[in-house]
Design a protein. Structure first.
Length: 188
């Protein structure tokens, strides 16, 4: 028998319960539907791996407009708890013609803003009809570049959060809620 640690004890505070997250996702989906009605055309939800995978799964079920989905993986260098400035595409969007796609990038959280501020022009440069972004969480106080997402679930203070897809060092992604990770875990 292996005794696994109880990951819930690594969280100092639950910021958003499953119910609260569901409400935020429902609201974002409704806003996306409303805008897409006006815009028309093909809608592509582009999930940024891996942190956005849980959010993406819930969001796509709540959007009533027909959606296509795809994935990209971008890695940032530096300490695992915070993203650094460099952006490297490790899994690219594997499609040729983006010209009739209205893309919404699906992100778990915006921190410095560097990832999205680079991805949006990259996708526009590849010829997408339009590119918007959506993030469940936003930490505006951490912004290093001037970038704001088109759809945001909620703004949070400068705390390191995990769960609902978000990790620290690849752990905690499967927690169904979003919690603040105890400082002693990453300041060891
Ligand atoms: P940025 O906006 O380019 O700085 O990067 C955002 C990315 O940093 C997110 O997609 C996450 O992978 C990671 N990140 C930022 N803050 C947190 C956090 O509090 N918990 C977990 N990952 C985070
Ligand atoms: Mg991450």
């Amino acid at each position: 028998m292996t005794t696994y640690p109880d990951l819930r004890t690594h969280v100092s505070e639950v910021l958003f319960t499953e119910e609260e997250i569901e409400k935020m996702v429902t609201d974002i989906a409704a806003r996306i539907d409303e805008d897409q009605q006006k815009l028309g055309g093909r809608l592509l939800l582009l999930c940024i791996l891996k942190g956005s995978v849980v959010f993406m799964g819930d969001l796509m079920k709540k959007i009533k407009t027909p959606v296509e989905i795809d994935f990209m993986k971008v890695s940032s260098y530096g300490a695992s708890s915070y993203s650094s400035g460099e952006l490297k595409i490790t899994l690219d969007l594997n499609r040729e013609d983006l010209s009739d796609l209205h893309i919404i990038i699906v992100e778990d959280i915006i921190d410095s803003g560097k990832t999205l501020s680079k991805l949006v022009p990259y996708l526009l440069g590849r010829g997408a009809a339009s590119v918007r972004s959506c993030a469940l969480l936003d930490k505006p106080s951490r912004r290093k570049v001037d970038y704001n997402a088109d759809y945001v679930g909620v703004e949070i203070p400068d705390e390191f959060v995990v769960g609902y897809g978000l990790d620290y060092d690849e752990r905690y992604r499967a927690l169904p809620y979003i919690g603040i990770l105890k400082r002693e875990i990453y300041e060891k």
